[in-house]
Design a protein around this ligand. Structure first.
Ligand code: MV4
Length: 449
């Protein structure tokens, strides 16, 4: 009885992260890998390994039949999807459960609901989360679009219901552009996601991206673990994340966190979730919910001391959450730098062989990475090769330590974003925490190369 062998349907640092939590719980792991990842660290560390296909993700890490076959062959009794790949694929979650394999993730119905942005917004509103003013659901009729936009006021933003990563979004400044932009958004959404459905929101000009970590047991118990500020992004890719947000007071955190946790209790949410908000002039506006463990989850772990992957495994195994809301405390500050194998100025990917590697260390420094000296970063996948996560008693000490840790980090043979992070930490607005979702791209424009 109980989970005893987890298949990790992912690669890179997150596959290691899951392996570590599993081994600390006395659970065996099965790595799956493409032919390009035969020498990857997640394959070396796991108790068992199964090759699931050629390098292209569509033929390996997204190949449902091969992953299910690997689970059967290796006798895994649970699957953890990590982030990306199949993690928010409701159909995959259903297939896993139909094979009597525990799905270490939210209920398929909740993955499906939140995957449709219109449904997600309707659900969030019904559960009491504050919404961005806008259309009540999908909009297809231009007269209706004009009426709604006039009511909420321009500028408005047209979004794709099946969108993600900012694709299919159009900002509309005035009524004469509305019809054209709606058609453009619709056809881009159709081409990218096979669904032309769009909806309309008031466009927020200069918000922060603040997200709350939530966790449920699937039986009506749920907690929040505070927020993360992820406003520093480039082309919808987060660059640096921190917890807590520099602009949220403890009272506001506990008030908004409770709104989120209460919503999760009402839907009997299971596992880890992230509720994303735009924050402007002291107000939160729900935009989306992610039904997965996120890349930036370690900053929450650092300030709460709670192992989120362990909790995921526990609830997938039918156990209770290991702590109640009153047991969760927020101490100090944590910042994560995403280190990519890419040119720090042009952002061009820089795959290739790592000739030398020395990870930062010391007090309150965590490096989540699958790289090692001699490892060749394959060109087929995401360019993130490491996460440097640093804790301090307060934000200032966290930033001092982060600067020190970045100096220690040595990755040779490929270009990395380490110099970008070093330059970023020298900026007054970053030092003071005074930045919005627009800050990074504006700064990159002004930076001399
Ligand atoms: C918005 C917005 C302004 N107003 N919605 C971008 C991706 C998707 N998750 C939602 N996004 C936005 N929605 C309204 N009503 C601005 C963005 C946005 C953004 C949001 C979070 C982080 C970075 C961003 C960068 C550009 C645009």
């Amino acid at each position: 009885m109980g989970i005893s062998r987890i298949l990790i349907a992912n690669r890179g640092e997150i596959a290691l992260r899951i392996h570590r939590a599993a081994h600390e719980m006395g659970i065996e792991t099965v790595a799956v890998h493409s032919t390009a990842d035969a020498d990857a660290m997640h394959v070396r560390l796991a108790d068992h390994a199964v090759c699931i296909g050629p390098p292209a993700a569509g033929d390996s890490y997204l190949n449902v039949a091969n992953i299910i076959s690997a689970a059967e062959i290796a006798q895994a009794d649970a699957i953890h999807p990590g982030y990306g790949f199949l993690s928010e694929n409701a159909k995959f979650a259903e297939i896993v459960e139909a094979h009597d394999i525990a799905w270490i993730g939210p209920k398929p119905e909740h993955i499906r609901t939140m995957g449709d942005k219109v449904e997600a917004k309707r659900t969030a509103g019904a559960l009491g989360l504050p919404l961005v003013p806008g259309s009540d659901g999908a909009v297809s009729d231009f007269d209706e679009a004009r009426r709604i936009s006039a009511e909420i006021g321009y500028p408005v933003i047209i979004k794709a219901a099946s969108g993600g990563g900012g694709r299919g979004m159009k900002v509309c400044e005035s009524e004469d552009q509305l019809e054209t932009l709606m058609q453009q958004a619709g056809s881009e959404a159709k081409a990218a996601f096979g669904d032309a459905t769009v909806y309309i929101e008031k466009y927020l000009g200069n918000p922060r991206h603040i997200e709350f970590q939530v966790f449920g047991d699937g039986r009506g118990n749920a907690v929040h673990l505070g927020e993360r500020d992820c406003s520093l992004q480039r082309r919808h890719q987060k660059v640096l994340e921190e917890a807590p947000s520099p602009v949220i007071s403890h009272e506001e955190r506990m008030r908004m966190g409770e709104v989120c946790a209460s919503a999760m209790r009402d839907m009997a949410y299971r596992g880890a979730g992230t509720i994303e908000f735009l924050w402007e002039n002291g107000e939160f506006y729900f935009i989306e919910m992610n039904t997965r463990l996120q890349v930036e989850h370690p900053v929450t772990e650092m300030i709460t001391g709670i192992d989120l992957v362990r909790e995921q495994i526990r609830v997938a195994d039918g156990k209770d959450l290991s702590c109640k809301q009153d047991d969760i405390t927020f101490t100090g500050h944590a910042i994560e730098c995403r280190i990519n194998a890419e040119d720090p100025f042009t952002f061009a990917p820089s795959p290739g062989k790592i000739s030398y590697y020395h990870a930062a260390g010391g007090m309150h420094v965590r490096v989540d990475s699958g790289i090692y000296a001699g490892y060749s970063i394959p060109p087929y996948y995401d360019s993130m090769i490491a996460k440097l996560i640093v804790y301090g008693r307060d934000r200032e000490r966290c930033m001092m330590r982060l600067k020190r840790a970045l100096e220690e980090m040595v990755i040779e043979g490929v270009k990395t974003s380490v110099p970008l992070h070093q330059a970023l930490l020298e900026q007054d607005d970053v030092k003071s925490g005074d930045y919005s979702i627009k800050w990074l791209e504006e700064w990159l424009k002004t930076r001399e190369s």
